[in-house]
Write a protein that binds this ligand. Structure first.
Ligand code: ZN
Length: 90
């Protein structure tokens, strides 16, 4: 009986430790991401609003601006919107 209780306590302790570790890691990932955004190494996709790293982004030029998208799908969507705005009559 005492052994079982000890085992249960050990499992509980390990579980707690794992939970704390996971939370910490999540926070670190968040901080890391915010740092990358601040440094300009992560950019916001103007279509879906998700952040992508500069290296992995899909690029498109809009006049003087270089835009970054998470996928070709988002880029195409954006380009279609720009096209529609430039040619209102279609
Ligand atoms: Zn996107």
């Amino acid at each position: 009986m005492g052994k079982l209780l000890f085992f249960a306590a050990a499992v509980f302790f390990l579980w707690k430790m794992f939970q704390g570790d996971a939370n910490k890691r999540k926070q670190e990932t968040k901080i890391e991401r915010e740092t990358l955004i601040a440094k300009g190494e992560m950019v916001k996709d103007p279509v879906c609003g998700s952040f992508v790293s500069l290296e992995d982004s899909v690029r498109a030029r809009d006049g003087e601006k270089i835009l970054h998208f998470c996928s070709y799908e988002c880029r195409d969507k954006y380009l279609k919107q720009v096209e529609a705005a430039n040619n209102p009559k279609g």
